[in-house]
Design a binder for this molecule. Structure first.
Ligand code: GDP
Ligand code: MG
Length: 239
């Protein structure tokens, strides 16, 4: 890497990201290869090519952390990234890629069920969806599977830059309404718009990651606390 490239990579985050020291640990093809199940993890799932890796890079504020593939269905392993000693980000292999041979699909399913069904450090799952085609059958299957097991889900409607403002907002409201209808408030499913290209929705997603991973805000960053309505207790405070 040239000095210029390295500098631009470091300069990427707009404000100091709690994920700036994140590094790749390993790609696991079998559950036995998973890192020790201690501390906290946030994982990203979604259709191949939905934009998972791009979202992970933007949210972490590190270009080139997770590989961004132009060829769908390339990542077959669960990629683990280390945020710090106790925290990890996890890029799950994509689903819904038609050209994957059946034995591969079975291996994928076994790996995903082992991870999602047994991972105690998993605090929440981000389901990345292309905002032009949200809630495909497989997306619904994935969300329902997690809701049944009490896993918190956050839907990231990405590539929002490909929609007009009005269409993006209509999609957001319709996905929120569907999720509320299907899973109720107990379902712990939230939804947001996102664009890796425009870096919109970046702060909202990063704040959720920090909350799930119990990363405490450091310096008292001046925030617009005094909004209308009653003051609510801050999120993420222990006890
Ligand atoms: N316009 C646009 N393209 C995106 C966005 N996010 C990802 N892409 C593109 O979509 C393709 C797949 O992205 P990738 O992150 O590799 O998807 P993954 O397979 O889900 O990990 C790549 O060509 C990306 O450049 C976005 O927010 N806006
Ligand atoms: Mg990827």
């Amino acid at each position: 890497m040239t000095d210029k490239k390295a500098a631009s990579r470091r300069a990427a985050p707009r404000r100091e990201s709690p994920f700036r020291l994140t590094t790749f640990i390993l790609g696991a093809a079998r559950p036995a290869q998973f890192p020790a199940d201690a501390g906290w993890e946030v994982a990203l799932a979604g259709r191949s090519n939905a934009g998972k890796s791009s979202a992970l890079n933007v949210i972490a504020g590190l270009r080139g952390l997770a590989r961004i593939s132009k060829t769908p269905g390339r990542t077959r392993e669960i990629n683990f990234f280390r945020v710090d000693e106790q925290r990890r980000l996890v890029d799950l292999p994509g689903y819904g890629y038609a050209k994957v041979p059946t034995p591969m699909k079975e291996a994928w399913q076994r790996l995903m069920e082992a991870y999602l069904g047994g991972r105690r450090s998993l605090r929440g799952l981000i389901v990345v969806m292309d905002s032009r085609h949200p809630l495909t059958d497989y997306d619904r299957h994935m969300v329902a599977w997690c809701v049944e097991r009490g896993i918190a889900v956050h839907i990231l409607l990405t590539k929002a830059d490909k929609l007009s403002r009005g269409a993006a907002s209509a999609t957001l409201h319709s996905v929120r309404a569907t999720v509320l209808r299907e899973y109720g408030v107990e379902g712990r499913v939230s939804v947001q718009l996102f664009s890796a290209l425009k870096r919109s929705g970046e702060e909202e997603a990063r704040d959720l990651f920090s909350h799930w991973l119990e990363i405490k805000k450091k310096a008292p960053v001046k925030k617009r606390e005094e909004g209308p309505g009653p003051k609510r207790p801050g999120l993420g405070k222990p006890g």
